[in-house]
Design a protein around this ligand. Structure first.
Ligand code: MRU
Length: 342
């Protein structure tokens, strides 16, 4: 079972979303890396809560988890319309959630039973892994041998069905000798970079250094990185891209320093029904998430905070959008339409 079955497996060892036939097992991403604890979700309500609480997170992973939530509801004979609506409302920005639920809804409308819905959820999960592996090859091909890269948030196996989007490009780039050094930003306030990306990179033996989010411009000025590579939660029809808060400032800094900026995401992240980034809803989370570090309050009582957890990078700051359908360089509405139009 541990045999290496493809070249990808040398740099990809985690599966955080695991279907068990009648329930969904999730690796609790709030506790990593201190603790590898698994949660067993036994109904759609538990999956909804896990998505809201960030026990499962990352755009593709929440779509996949939601699809399994629908399967459990069908197995249990629950009314599916309210389940679809509740799951859909769990988080607003990542369109993969709505995309996966729309796929399940279409199968329900076509009369699918629980077994057919199970096959659809499995297809969503399997297709995501395949897309990531293909994107990895496409993205890595853009990077000159021996490059340094920076990434933000966590876009790896934990955030997807496996392998990762931006982290998939990094995995493929490292395997091909194109990437010599990875820098990961901490990603306050949830520290997805510090806790999760470093966990994946260290486990897979990839040369990686953590930086404070505020060190990014200084890093770029030093010449140590040639690409910033990030994932996406929603890509609008003109190429504007919503991703983890802090991505926009990385894109501005990258352009200023002549560093290239790559977005890697499956086509399930592309939302051609949303014209531009202006129309993307940005999730606002509880301000209290900013008041504590590692569970200990560090901000004076009575303080206020503003906690948007995504931002939008305008298409003109993006050098390449890499999807499993192909690469768009310098994206705009026309090139997006050519690849993703009906
Ligand atoms: O709040 P999160 O951790 O769900 O945010 C995740 C991100 O912003 C990722 O960069 C994005 O979902 C792409 S993951 C392949």
């Amino acid at each position: 079972m541990n045999a290496i079955t493809s070249p990808h497996d040398t740099h990809d060892t985690i599966r955080a979303v695991q279907w068990q036939g009648d329930h969904l097992r999730l690796l609790d991403q709030r506790l990593l890396p201190a603790e590898e604890r698994w949660i067993d979700c036994r109904d759609a309500a538990a999956v909804t809560q896990a998505i809201k609480d960030l026990a499962v997170r990352g755009a593709p992973a929440i779509g996949i988890a939601a699809a399994w939530g629908v399967v459990m509801a069908a197995q249990q004979g629950a009314a599916l319309e309210p389940v679809l609506a509740t799951l859909r409302a769990a988080r607003p920005t990542a369109v993969n959630l709505m995309w996966a639920l729309d796929r399940m809804k279409a199968r329900i409308a076509a009369g699918a039973d629980a077994a057919a819905l199970e096959r659809e959820a499995q297809a969503i999960q399997d297709e995501d892994l395949a897309a990531n592996r293909h994107m990895g090859e496409l993205g890595a091909a853009l990077i000159a041998p021996g490059s340094g890269v920076m990434t933000h948030c966590n876009t790896g196996s934990l955030a997807t069905a496996g392998y990762g989007t931006a982290l998939g490009v990094i995995r493929a780039g490292v395997a091909a000798g194109r990437i010599a050094q990875v820098y990961a930003g901490e990603t306050r306030p949830w520290q997805q970079g510090a806790r999760l990306t470093m966990y994946e990179l260290v486990r897979d033996g990839i040369p990686a250094r953590l930086i404070a989010d505020s060190a990014a411009s200084h890093l770029m000025k030093s010449g140590a990185v040639q690409w910033v590579i990030v994932g996406a939660d929603r890509i609008a029809a003109n190429g504007d891209t919503a991703n983890k808060i802090g991505t926009y400032q990385l894109a501005i800094a990258a352009r200023h320093h002549g560093v290239k900026f790559m977005v890697a995401a499956p086509s399930s992240t592309v939302d051609m029904a949303t014209a531009s980034g202006e129309d993307i809803e940005i999730e606002l989370r509880d301000p209290s998430e900013l008041f504590a570090v590692a569970g200990r309050r560090v901000v004076v009582e009575g303080a206020e905070a503003w906690n948007p957890v995504f931002d939008v990078t305008p298409a003109e700051l993006i050098d390449a959008i890499v999807t499993e359908r192909g690469v768009i360089e310098r994206p705009d509405a026309r090139s997006m339409q050519a690849l993703f139009g009906a």
